[in-house]
Design a protein around this ligand. Structure first.
Ligand code: GTP
Ligand code: NA
Ligand code: MG
Length: 295
């Protein structure tokens, strides 16, 4: 079956936490550190998924990050995020401490059985109290290693780019200690839509995460009710990709419509089949909506 071809793949990490605790800025800082390291040229653009490199024990390691919003309205996105990821990074601002969506995110990660790494952020602030954060999370059953528990806590500052390498190392160590991450790269791709929007010039643009197989330019795909041939793929720096393997996020151009976040995508034989599947899905969704309305 599939398993005999399975190769090691990077961990997929969902970044969660209370609103304004610094998730997006932390991801930007991690990505910028990569740019400074001479990682890639291109134009940087803001997308909700990135892959970064780090060196652990002299080995080049990659990590895929997915950003999520912290506002309470986005519970479903956080739940979905924790279900589709290998590790959760819980961002807690050291000045604010544990807040309602911190606890909610923690509960999603626990329910999904996903290991948690805590990034205690904003430690550059004079009012930062990282010890208090450790005490608060211990009360919720997330006990730091230094207190005899099994969760790694790293004090960071997204603003001052402090301890970013330590955070990346903690993620790699957590992945190596508790997960055996493998996927077959030699099959047709399948994965998830992370986010999508309509771009005035480029049409529907979807950020996807490849979970198995390798997605290639020219492949015919179905993503929710959308279909099409992959016209181009871009990485997080805006560079064109010819293909995207397991755990790689990419922006995909060429879809007929804007798929929903969290929907699956699959590769099919040709665009005629892609269109038929997409049309069937749409009809099914329409029927379900009408049935709901009749009740
Ligand atoms: P949502 O996506 O809305 O949940 O917010 P977020 O968690 O992504 O927070 P965001 O990255 O947008 O940061 C919120 C505010 O905190 C911004 O003004 C950031 O500049 C600031 N901020 C983030 N990290 C740090 C930090 O390490 N130190 C300081 N002083 N400010 C920070
Ligand atoms: Na914010
Ligand atoms: Mg954000």
């Amino acid at each position: 079956g599939d398993d005999e071809y399975a190769e090691a793949r990077p961990p997929v990490v969902t970044v969660m936490g209370h609103v304004d605790h610094g998730k997006t800025r932390l991801l930007d800082a991690l990505r910028n550190a990569n740019v400074v390291a001479g990682e890639a040229g291109g134009i940087t653009q803001h997308i909700g998924a990135y892959q970064v490199h780090t060196e652990v024990d002299g080995e080049d390691r990659r990590i895929t990050f997915i950003d999520t919003p912290g506002h309470e309205a986005f519970t479903a996105m956080r739940a979905r995020g924790s279900q589709s990821s290998d590790i959760a990074v819980l961002v807690v601002a050291a000045d604010d401490g544990v807040m309602p969506q911190t606890v909610e995110a923690l509960n999603h990660a626990k329910a999904a059985g996903v290991p948690i790494v805590v990034a205690v952020n904003k430690i550059d602030k004079p009012e930062a109290d990282p010890t208090k954060v450790r005490g608060q999370l211990t009360e919720y059953g997330l006990v730091p290693e230094e207190y005899g528990g099994d969760a790694m806590f790293v004090d960071v500052s997204a603003k001052s780019a402090l301890n970013l390498d330590k955070l990346l190392e903690a993620i790699v160590l957590t992945a190596d200690a508790s997960l055996d991450l493998r996927a077959n790269a030699e099959r047709e791709a399948q994965g998830l839509v992370i986010e999508a929007h309509l771009d005035r010039g480029r049409g529907p643009v979807a950020t996807i995460l490849v979970q198995r197989g390798t997605l290639k330019v020219g492949d015919s795909i179905v993503a929710g009710p959308a279909h099409g041939r992959v016209r181009a793929m871009l990485d997080e720096f805006g560079n064109e990709l010819e293909e995207a393997g397991p755990s790689r996020p990419a922006m995909v151009l060429g879809l007929s419509a804007v798929p929903g976040a969290g929907q699956n995508f699959i590769v099919v034989d040709d665009d005629r089949m892609a269109r038929q599947i997409a049309e069937k899905r749409e009809a099914r969704e329409r029927a379900a909506m009408q049935a709901k309305r009749r009740v």
